[in-house]
Design a binder for this molecule. Structure first.
Ligand SMILES: [Fe+2]
Length: 339
């Protein structure tokens, strides 16, 4: 490399910001120059206003460009563009092909969730997220027949599990609550919002930390208090009743977490706290969280089968909630094992 090239690389390292390539999904052209890293060097891989579609992005991922780089000052423009995209899809969610619209809404919502984790105090980002989540809740409630397809399509988007987890558990929650016929839509909406935002307190730790299994004591303690932090972040900013904030604060009903935040340690199930009696709403939000976590992989472990996840749910709740356990099994049977 010439001295001039070395200088150019050095200058780029100060100016460029790494972002996930998922930030470019659902765009028709690149809003700015996109750089990649090959052999330790920055290279321009897509010029501003280059045509992009999912195939172009998939090819880049296959060439090890899951992380790309943009000029720092362009990042906020990119965020604004994607947030406007989310606004547009949210407003027109019930118009057009529901699968196509749902897939796009889930992707953009998850992207905005990552923006919210970067800056949980941003009121505009939170407001947009809340409105989009409410519309999504109603959209999913009306269309249980597309949950399975959306679930599989969403997994293919391969979002970071930190942002995907609350969405998956809340998707299951809506389906189960609808099947129960106990709640009005308004009640389901509040529970959906509670479930979706319950982990926002996890934003206190940088996302990449979640890929490691070994966290420091301080990080562990920050993580174990995330339900409380979620409430602190949201109280006074989103409209939920004290009862719903109570559910949020107690959503790790079964998790005697040590290794995997969302999956209970079965060796400790005899301990009293693992079988704490609670209201149906807290229990169902907690169980859907456990199931969603178990059946999806983590960087440090494989996914568990749905059968095993239901077996564990049986141990957790079937003594206290036999009818509700059957309801959960019926939901997953109708969603995943359709004849
Ligand atoms: Fe949580």
């Amino acid at each position: 490399m010439s001295a001039f090239d070395a200088l150019k690389q050095n200058s780029l390292s100060f100016k460029l910001l790494p972002i996930s390539i998922r930030e470019l999904f659902f765009l028709q052209e690149t809003p700015c120059d996109i750089f990649g890293m090959s052999d330790g060097l920055y290279k321009l891989i897509l010029r501003e206003r280059s045509y992009i579609n999912s195939q172009v992005l998939k090819d880049l991922i296959a060439r090890n460009h899951s992380i790309v780089f943009v000029h720092q000052e362009k990042r906020s423009q990119l965020m604004e563009l994607q947030q406007n995209n989310l606004r547009t899809v949210t407003r027109s969610l019930s118009i057009g092909d529901p699968i196509e619209k749902g897939r796009k809404q889930l992707g953009l919502l998850t992207l905005n969730m990552s923006y919210l984790y970067e800056d949980p105090t941003n009121d505009e980002t939170l407001k947009l997220q809340l409105q989009s989540v409410k519309n999504l809740g109603s959209f999913l409630y009306e269309r249980p027949e597309i949950h399975e397809k959306l679930y599989h399509d969403y997994l293919k988007q391969k979002h970071h599990f930190i942002f995907a987890q609350p969405l998956l558990s809340s998707l299951f929650l809506v389906g189960i609550l609808k099947l129960s016929h106990i709640y009005s839509y308004k009640e389901v909406e509040s529970l959906f919002v509670t479930s979706y935002f319950k982990d926002i307190g996890m934003s206190v730790i940088p996302t990449e930390k979640y890929d490691q299994q070994n966290l420091t004591e301080e990080e562990r303690s920050l993580l174990s208090s995330h339900p409380k932090t979620s409430v602190q972040i949201l109280q006074g900013r989103i409209q939920l009743s004290p009862a719903h904030f109570g559910i949020m604060e107690n959503h790790h009903l079964f998790s005697l977490l040590k290794k995997d935040l969302h999956v209970p340690d079965t060796s400790k199930l005899d301990e009293k706290s693992a079988k704490m009696i609670s209201g149906f709403e807290t229990m169902i939000i907690s169980v859907t969280d456990v199931i969603a976590a178990m059946i999806t992989p983590r960087p440090y472990r494989e996914a568990t089968s749905l059968f095993d996840a239901l077996e564990l749910s049986k141990i957790l709740i079937s003594d206290d909630y036999p009818g509700e356990f059957k309801l959960i099994v019926n939901y997953f049977k109708s969603m995943f094992f359709k004849k």
